[in-house]
Design a protein around this ligand. Structure first.
Ligand SMILES: Cc1cc2nc3c(=O)[nH]c(=O)nc-3n(C[C@H](O)[C@H](O)[C@H](O)COP(=O)(O)OP(=O)(O)OC[C@H]3O[C@@H](n4cnc5c(N)ncnc54)[C@H](O)[C@@H]3O)c2cc1C
Ligand code: SF4
Length: 543
């Protein structure tokens, strides 16, 4: 069936902080120049913010540049970060360590990134940007030479068998002079763009972590608005990189989360269970006693930093924000860089549209290299890879790099792909996790329930196996099916017949919270995450 098409100047895929900042900057520049400019943003969540999950402590540097009067305009930055704590946990004790300089939060704010995006959406719309919520970018449109011509949204109303249902509506084409990919960490279209134009050829592999988060309403006497707590150590072993965050927001809310790097080696490790176990620590548990868990979700984040920045432009397109990977790991912050790269790409697009209309936006990477984002990421580039040697050597190297070398070491440590790190199950120690108590710790299904995840059940699977034999012949045989454990939504299950034989992988795709971990960690890269019908997925209130 013929698809309808819409022509715009700029299409932006993803209404996160990077996409919305780009849209706002484009509209600001057009208004300043007195030019008409059509900017259209696609968002796969049912509404802007529905798929946004972050910590989050915001460094407001990019926001100050983008909308200097954000306070007067009522931006939801209500809680200045006022009290930083950095703890090393053992199984029974907590030791307060000096807060490393990158983790100082003076001048920063504890926020809900979902709510900030909702506010940015209002600012963008007031400037004339069109935002299509509940529409997923499902396909990149190219010309014969590979120039990006825009994107197409997915068809709606297709059954599991691939046949159109009564509700069938074809996707439409959003044809654009320039397209910005702002899908966030490990974007599904961005992945295709990397491959089509070989944009990762000069960069190290991207590396990742999974972040699992809950939002709690805690008892008032357990709350200290503005407090920022980070922990390292227990329950992770010293060879696994990760840690927790607890951010005390307004209204007795605490955002608590656990981040586990996806280069972990033990296939028995279960990031969700590590998080649940973490909350039971004697120094952590009291915060949540008498409180109520109100939201749950998970999302991958980039850890590759400077070494993993890909080529950012190809004819007709540019990649911004965490889709490219600008998170600063020692700071545990990516939003300011996502916003700034969106703004820089927008400026390059505006100049191109006003000038020659050259297909490749070279001005964007050139401006990036002169920006504070580049300098910031360069200085910390060796810190995350140093933790490959373990927690203590990593901490020692970080101190050396930060205080003595000041990020100017004449070497750069390299990255390795996360999916290659798993050891065979036979060489690993199984981990016995405690049963959830239903008060402080929970199981995955009740957790997914409060992520408000919803997918049309009768649609083609969005978790596609390249080879259907790999889950049993390789993953189960060699690694005891790690997808059963790393998926924070319990999507992957090995089921057997009544006699306990004939194992097969069951995929409960309707529970998927769009974290992208399976597409990253599957040892044979056999799982391809594609967008489901637009609007499907979690419905986070304020994550
Ligand atoms: C657990 C965790 C804690 C974090 N803590 C902090 C913190 O404290 N401070 C900080 O600064 N940063 C933090 N970060 C990082 C921060 O969240 C990211 O850097 C930031 O969200 C990146 O913005 P983005 O716009 O690039 O991508 P995202 O915020 O991921 O937004 C991408 C948007 O695009 C949409 N999208 C994706 N694909 C498509 C498609 N094909 N079609 C249509 N829409 C699509 C998504 O639904 C989403 O709305 C944290 C991240 C995590 C996971
Ligand atoms: S199926 Fe994949 S993307 Fe979905 S929640 Fe599980 S690991 Fe994340």
């Amino acid at each position: 069936m013929e698809r309808e098409a819409m022509e715009v100047d700029v299409a932006i895929v993803g209404a996160g902080p990077s996409g919305l900042s780009a849209a706002i900057r484009l509209a600001q520049l057009a208004a300043e120049a007195g030019r008409e400019l059509s900017v259209c943003v696609l968002e796969k969540g049912s509404e802007v913010g529905a798929h946004i999950l972050s910590g989050a402590v915001l460094e407001p540097r990019a926001l100050d540049e983008l909308i200097p009067d954000w306070k007067e305009r009522g931006a939801p930055l209500n809680t200045p970060a006022s009290d930083d704590r950095f703890l090393l946990l053992t199984a029974s004790r907590a030791f307060r360590l000096p807060t490393p300089p990158p983790m100082h939060n003076d001048g920063n704010y504890i926020i809900s990134l979902g709510n900030l995006c909702r506010w940015l959406k209002e600012q963008a719309e007031a400037l004339g940007v069109q935002i299509f919520e509940g529409f997923a970018g499902a396909e990149i449109l190219y010309d014969a030479d590979g120039r990006v011509l825009g994107v197409a949204t997915g068809d709606m109303g297709v059954g599991r068998d691939g046949q159109p249902k009564d509700t069938f509506t074809p996707g439409y084409e959003l044809r654009a002079r320039y397209t910005l990919f702002a899908e966030g960490c490990h974007g599904s279209l961005t992945k295709g763009l990397f491959a089509r134009h070989d944009l990762r050829a000069e960069a190290d592999p991207q590396t990742y972590a999974i972040g699992i988060k809950e939002l709690w309403e805690v008892a008032p006497d357990r709350h200290s608005q503005g407090r920022v707590v980070h922990t390292i150590g227990w329950p992770l072993d010293n060879r696994t990189y990760g840690g927790s965050f607890l951010y005390h927001l307004e209204d007795n809310q605490v955002a608590v989360g656990y981040v586990v790097a996806l280069d972990y080696r033990n296939p028995y490790l279960n990031p969700f269970e590590e998080f649940q176990r973490f909350k039971t620590h004697p120094a952590i548990r009291p915060t949540f006693e008498g409180g109520r868990r109100v939201a749950y979700g998970a999302r991958a984040l980039n850890e590759g930093g400077f070494q993993s920045i890909p080529t950012l432009v190809c004819p007709g397109a540019a990649i911004i924000g965490c889709a490219a990977g600008f998170l600063n790991v020692p700071k545990i912050k990516g939003t300011h860089n996502a916003m700034k790269t969106g703004m820089l790409a927008a400026e390059a697009v505006a100049a191109a549209l006003a000038g020659t209309g050259a297909p490749v936006l070279d001005a964007y990477p050139a401006a990036l290299k002169k920006s504070w984002v580049w300098d910031e990421l360069y200085r910390v580039r060796n810190i995350r890879p140093a933790f490959r040697w373990g927690l203590w050597p990593g901490l020692a190297y970080s101190a050396l790099d930060t205080f003595l070398l000041r990020g100017r070491a004449p070497w750069t440590f390299r990255h390795h792909p996360d999916h290659e790190s798993l050891r065979p199950a036979g060489m690993a120690t199984p981990i016995a996790y405690p049963k959830p108590d239903g008060v402080i710790s929970f199981d995955r299904l009740s957790s997914v329930f409060i992520s408000n995840t919803n997918h049309e059940e009768d649609q083609p699977g969005h978790l596609r196996l390249k080879d259907p034999g790999v889950p049993i012949d390789v993953n189960l045989a060699l690694y005891d099916a790690p997808e059963q454990r790393y998926c924070p939504a319990g999507v992957y299950e090995i089921v057997r017949d009544a006699a306990g034989d004939n194992p097969r992988l069951q995929i409960n795709a309707q529970n998927c919270v769009h974290c992208k971990t399976c597409d990253i960690k599957d040892p044979r890269q056999n799982i391809n995450w594609v967008v489901p019908e637009g609007g499907g997925g979690p419905n986070y209130p304020n994550m």
